[in-house]
Design a protein around this ligand. Structure first.
Ligand code: TLP
Length: 343
């Protein structure tokens, strides 16, 4: 089976499992897990931030950030198809008591002008804007990379209003691999940012929430505990993360090449709507229009032929390349797409 549903489906390699088995561990709630501490220091240094906190998931990292920067009854500006809006079960409202102010983006990206227009005036009637969240790469936008210049201009807008910024960097390593920009060049513009080890990097679990302000770190540790994310001998997981950072960043470009190859092939199928130039990284989002099968039936037909993808609403589908998809598997997936969707 060629599993293109997500880059979260990867399984730890033998070498990663060996690193996990060898990990020195301790109780991380006491701050005594040497492998977790090493991972946190490694990631903070890589992104030029003072601190990084290991958390179980990307969702928890985002939700801690929202809670850290806001008070109940305030508002967070976010793109309308962001993971925070679409896939976090309403956590910003349920856990932080904030309202999300959606701004419709172009392939997931919003402009400095849109951010400026969305910031609420400071009058006594109006809800107050507490935070702006961006997502890089943008999942629902199709793995879109935020141009650094756009981020800089958004930061200039929020700075004049004294509003902090958080980056959902679940796939920031894909943006870094594609652009070859230093990690800190993105990180410097955000008060907090998250990165995930369990997406393209192929670790089984874990994300890091980074910040410069050490009072935020203290608060984040308490909130992590409140949200049930304080783990004990989590060095076993951190070891997988360290291994992934040391061995799996360089290869992300292969995933991007495979995604581009899939997109070029899909572009040739008459029922498929996609522009291969819109594929920046490892996510391929496309529409199937006028096919005799319904979206769920298309997913089933592809599965019967050996390819798994996700239907993501309406006529849209998502295919994601990753560590466990080779060039040969990409070619085979192309054949299967042509056969089933061209039918
Ligand atoms: N995304 C998953 C699903 O939840 C949709 C996927 O298969 O792509 N931010 C972004 C941009 C993400 O894409 C994801 C996961 C997360 C945060 C959350 O990460 P986890 O699953 O670790 O909570």
């Amino acid at each position: 089976m060629i599993d293109l549903r997500s880059d979260t489906v990867t399984k730890p390699t033998q070498a990663m499992r060996k690193a996990m088995a060898r990990a020195e561990v301790g109780d991380d709630v006491y701050g005594e897990d040497p492998t977790v501490n090493r991972l946190q220091e490694m990631v903070a240094t890589m992104f030029g931030k003072k601190a990084a906190l290991f958390v179980p998931s990307g969702t928890m990292a985002n939700q801690l950030a929202i809670r850290l920067h806001t008070q109940p009854g305030q508002e967070v500006i976010v793109e309308s198809t962001a993971h925070i809006v679409r896939y976090e079960q309403g956590a910003a409202g349920a856990l932080a008591g904030v309202q999300l102010h959606w701004v419709a983006g172009n392939r997931g990206l919003i402009s400095p002008e849109q951010v400026e227009a969305a910031i609420r005036p400071k009058d006594p009637h109006t809800i107050q804007t507490a935070l702006v969240c961006l997502e890089n790469t943008h999942n629902s936008g199709g793995g879109t990379i935020y141009p650094l210049a756009t981020i800089e201009r958004i930061r200039a807008v929020t700075a004049t209003h004294g509003i902090p910024m958080h980056l959902d960097g679940a796939r920031l390593f894909n943006a870094i691999a594609a652009t070859t920009l230093p990690p800190a060049s993105y990180a410097q513009h955000f008060d907090t940012l998250s990165v995930c080890l369990s997406k393209g990097l192929g670790a089984p679990a874990g994300s890091l929430l980074m910040m410069n302000d050490l009072s935020l770190l203290d608060k984040a540790k308490r909130l992590r505990r409140m949200y049930g994310g304080a783990m004990r001998q989590s060095g076993i997981l951190a070891a997988a993360g360290i291994y992934a950072l040391e061995h799996h960043i360089g290869r992300l470009k292969e995933d991007h090449d495979h995604a581009k190859r899939l997109a070029r092939r899909l572009e040739q199928i008459p029922t498929v709507r996609i522009n291969h130039q819109d594929v920046d990284t490892n996510i391929v989002i496309f529409d199937v229009i006028g096919h005799r099968l319904s979206p769920p039936a298309i997913v089933t037909a592809l599965k019967q032929e050996g390819v798994l993808i996700n239907a993501i609403g309406g006529t849209s589908f998502r295919a994601v390349t990753h560590l466990d998809v080779s060039g040969a598997m990409t070619d085979e997936a192309c054949e299967i797409f042509s056969r089933v969707l061209g039918d």
